[in-house]
Design a protein around this ligand. Structure first.
Ligand SMILES: [Fe+2]
Ligand SMILES: [Fe+2]
Length: 268
């Protein structure tokens, strides 16, 4: 099974760039074209939140039009820049959540070698992550249904601090309780997230938390924790999670940019 993960597309209105400079819609188009030309093609694509930059209807419409160019199934979850109601309205087929009073967008995709569990870590008008008791109880119930099948949990916010100030200060309410649940199961291959706008991999309660690069704009890595958060505009990149014939999950980073090559490993 092959899963492409794109994240933090931050699509701005067709006439605008995010924050006045980031060509996020163009970057998403480049990414979609790149994914479509992969051989083999991914079975599906996951978009791990911050679909739009400001939750505007026109941003959702543009993101929807761009994502519908994908040749394969895709699923979405909201990020802190999104609006749950609009996400569900526009991407209804692509986030098949059972309805709840709070409109949490949580669902399971279980038609492949890996079970995918979508979690909604957002709180309206808050930058940080949260999994409340009801969302966590739902997750525990889903995990209990199959304690053998390899499983990926995907959500926008990583339930850990990754050592960069921009997103660490946002916090994650319920991270410890999530950890208590996660460590009960040994079939959670990875928890894959976005939000940080940097690729990271961290051990966490017996599994691995991965954050994907942003399609829209990358965070400047500042390990001094002293500089104001800044971003740079790079060629868009995304992750490929490959469930190999050897039954392990390997994550590759794909940069959707023009490269020099390929060359064979011999004198040219
Ligand atoms: Fe983001
Ligand atoms: Fe975010």
């Amino acid at each position: 099974m092959l899963i492409a993960q794109i994240s933090d597309t931050h699509v701005a209105s067709s006439s605008k760039k995010a924050y006045g400079v980031a060509p996020t819609a163009d970057n998403l188009k480049i990414c979609v074209d790149n994914i479509n030309q992969l051989d083999p093609k991914p079975d599906l694509v996951l978009l791990t939140g911050d679909i739009t930059n400001a939750s505007l209807r026109e941003e959702y419409d543009l993101a929807f039009a761009l994502l519908n160019k994908l040749d394969m199934l895709y699923f979405v979850i909201p990020g802190n820049h999104d609006d749950r109601i609009k996400t569900k309205l526009i991407f209804n087929k692509h986030c098949p959540a059972v309805s709840t009073p709070q409109n949490f967008i949580q669902y399971v995709v279980d038609d492949y070698d890996i079970r995918l569990i979508a979690m909604d870590s957002t709180t309206p008008n808050e930058a940080g992550g949260e999994l409340c008791e009801s969302r966590l109880a739902w997750l525990d119930g889903q995990l209990e249904k199959d304690t053998d099948k390899p499983t990926i949990i995907f959500m926008h916010h990583p339930p850990i601090k990754v050592g960069v100030i921009e997103t660490d200060i946002d916090g994650f309410i319920g991270a410890n309780k999530l950890g208590e649940i996660v460590k009960k199961y040994n079939n959670i291959e990875q928890i894959i997230c976005g939000h940080v706008h940097l690729q990271t991999h961290t051990r966490c309660h017996g599994t691995v938390v991965t954050t994907a690069p942003s399609v829209g704009m990358e965070l400047v890595l500042d390990l001094t924790l002293k500089k104001p958060p800044q971003f740079v505009i790079e060629p868009p990149s995304y992750l490929l999670h490959y469930w190999t014939p050897y039954n392990n999950l390997v994550t590759h980073t794909i940069s959707a940019r023009k490269t020099d090559g390929p060359y064979l490993f011999k004198e040219q």
